[in-house]
Design a protein around this ligand. Structure first.
Ligand code: PGA
Length: 253
């Protein structure tokens, strides 16, 4: 089954409005050349509107890094799904930094997925195990728990992208090997297949994330089940992000 690869940049809490626009405008001419890969940038909330304008008539898509699950109300500082609908197409949900630093549980992640889907946003749904879970052989168990918590409503045929991001690989410079990432992503695909059938399991796009660079993307993209990458640090460097998108596009052509 043909799955269009995705290279998504998670800018995290970096760039003000001017820098965000400058960054995306510098990348844009090169990114436009790689038509066989879907490109997504996820700047901070405050820059979404300005980056959207910079992306006008471009093939590069826009994503937010988070949302709250209520539609409106007395939730100081939060951003509601209807506020993002129409502004961006994607939204990162369940990133391990949100789980770790902001206390997001599986239940909260589940509510956020539901709210995103209800509002027509496509989640980039992050799952991944911590170092100690990996070392004690619990990786599959943790991923299964994270996947199953949302399986009753998150029909993976409706545009959800899964991002496998081992927590120990994020921002550490210690990426999973291509073989490790492939093995785990193939497992995730099997779980989705068992839950939702072969058509959906074969079609859902599953990305790898965690210390992806221009030097390791090629090996990752050569794997059968890896459909792209969620890139943090390297997505802020024009040459690196362009090179990652170029390699992904060439390999999966
Ligand atoms: P990293 O971050 O590429 O800087 O490791 C990835 C992510 O957190 O999505």
């Amino acid at each position: 089954m043909k799955r269009i690869p995705v290279i998504a940049g998670n800018w995290k809490m970096n760039t003000g409005i001017d820098d965000a626009v400058k960054l995306v405008k510098t990348m844009l001419p090169d990114l436009e050349k790689f038509s066989s890969v879907e490109k997504v940038v996820c700047p901070p909330f405050v820059s979404l509107d300005a980056v959207k304008k910079a992306l006008k008539e471009s093939s590069v898509k826009l994503g937010a890094q988070n949302l709250f699950y209520e539609d409106k109300g007395a939730y100081t500082g939060e951003v509601a799904p209807p506020m993002l609908a129409g502004l961006c197409e994607y939204v990162i949900i369940g990133h391990s930094e949100r789980r770790q630093y902001f206390g997001e549980t599986d239940e909260i992640v589940d509510k956020k997925l539901k709210a995103a889907i209800k509002n027509g946003l496509k989640p980039i749904f992050c799952i991944g195990e911590k170092l100690e879970e990996n070392e004690s052989g619990k990786t599959e168990l943790v991923l299964l728990r994270q996947l199953l918590v949302c399986s009753d409503h998150a029909n993976f045929s409706n545009g959800i992208i899964i991002a496998y991001e081992p927590v120990w690989a994020i921002g550490t410079g210690r990426a999973a090997t291509a073989a490790q990432a492939e093995k785990t992503i193939a497992y995730i695909r099997r779980v989705v297949t068992e839950q939702q059938g072969g058509d959906i399991g074969g079609a859902v796009r599953i990305l790898y994330g965690g210390s992806v660079t221009a030097a390791n993307i090629a090996e990752l993209m050569k794997q059968l089940d890896i459909d792209g990458a969620l890139v943090g640090g390297a997505s802020l460097k024009v040459d690196d992000f362009v090179s990652i998108a170029r390699q992904a596009s060439e390999i999966k052509k």
